[in-house]
Design a protein around this ligand. Structure first.
Ligand SMILES: [Zn+2]
Length: 88
């Protein structure tokens, strides 16, 4: 259910969320286990709804990269992930 992005982050395949792991030990699953417990308690329809929103955002940005600027507002573009590279 978890997809490892790098030693500090895993992504949740159920809700599409990104979970930060412990900074003290690599691949420490403590935070992930906590997230999974909470995630599994959520009703499935809420989770899938959120996931669909994320997928829609991803598809929107794909359209931007593809060069089809139509009615997309600048607010729909997610901010650049600048803080991920600086945490190491
Ligand atoms: Zn989750």
């Amino acid at each position: 259910m978890a997809e490892v992005l790098n030693p500090l982050f895993v992504s949740c395949k159920r809700c599409g969320g990104c979970i930060k792991l412990s900074v003290k030990s690599l691949y420490d699953p403590f935070h992930w286990k906590k997230h999974r417990e909470r995630c599994l308690k959520k009703p499935v329809h809420i989770v899938t709804q959120k996931k669909r929103e994320v997928e829609r955002l991803v598809r929107k940005s794909d359209g931007l990269l593809g060069g089809t600027p139509t009615d997309l507002s600048p607010l729909a573009v997610p901010p650049p992930k600048t803080n991920i590279g600086s945490i190491r």
